[in-house]
Design a protein around this ligand. Structure first.
Ligand SMILES: [Zn+2]
Ligand SMILES: [Zn+2]
Length: 237
């Protein structure tokens, strides 16, 4: 039996080496579905029941917030009023459950990072500082719906449209409770409907053919996630 198993182990190792993830410490086969779609700038390791995701939070697209002189700089779009912050590398570490668990009473999301997009940029909730409506801040979003906070930590409160320009039903990233978040549409082209207070619902998706709870981006508050459907992991920066 041992001899027969050896080629299988080698085959799995070879599969891992070919994946797009930059992490050298985790076999993609051990990650939850969809995690292999993270950018190579995002590193992952397994720690018990958690995937520990580390990211510098730098967007893979242009923005006025890179600052004049940066190769990634572009002028503000019409109507944009940039805030005084800029883009700077962060040291975000998100501990995301490998197997999400529904919460008995869904908790409010905290300020700062509530999840991470596939390009390594963190998601924030629907509030500005003081848990007030984003209203006046929306004009400071760049054309990909991101802007930096006072610590120069870039983030998305809205659909990260750079990630959904090819498909509005695309997987966008993962929330701190381990559930995935998708664009505003379903794979059949319809707009996501029947969303609960947390802004999610359950059915089969491209990455989870057996079905999963998942969030969707929408055009009105809470925009991404209204509350954690599952028991949330932790985040530091
Ligand atoms: Zn913000
Ligand atoms: Zn859906």
């Amino acid at each position: 039996m041992r001899l027969a198993l050896a080629p299988l182990v080698l085959a799995l190792a070879g599969c891992g080496a070919a994946a797009t993830t930059a992490s050298s410490t985790v076999n993609p086969a051990d990650l939850p579905a969809g995690f292999v779609q993270f950018s190579s700038t995002v590193s992952m390791r397994l720690e018990g029941n958690y995937v520990v995701v580390s990211t510098s939070d730098l967007p893979n697209h242009k923005s006025p917030y890179w600052g004049a002189g940066s190769a990634n700089y572009e002028a503000p779009q019409a109507g944009m009023a940039p805030n005084p912050s800029s883009i700077a590398a962060q040291t975000y570490v998100l501990r995301i459950p490998r197997t999400p668990t529904p919460s008995a009473s869904p908790a409010d999301t905290p300020m700062d990072a509530i999840g991470v997009a596939l390009n390594g940029v963190v998601f924030f909730n629907q509030y500005a500082a003081g848990r007030v409506a984003l209203g006046p801040e929306i004009v400071s979003f760049d054309r990909y719906n991101g802007h930096p906070a006072p610590r120069n930590n870039y983030h998305y409160h809205f659909e990260p449209v750079y990630l959904t320009q090819a498909s509005q039903s695309a997987l966008m990233g993962f929330i701190l409770d381990g559930y995935p978040i998708y664009g505003p549409k379903e794979t059949n082209g319809s707009t996501a409907s029947g969303l609960d207070a947390c802004n999610g619902h359950a059915h089969a998706t491209a990455e989870y053919p057996g079905g999963t709870y998942h969030y969707h981006a929408v055009g009105a508050p809470p925009y991404l996630v209204g509350c954690f459907h599952g028991v949330a992991g932790t985040v530091t920066n």
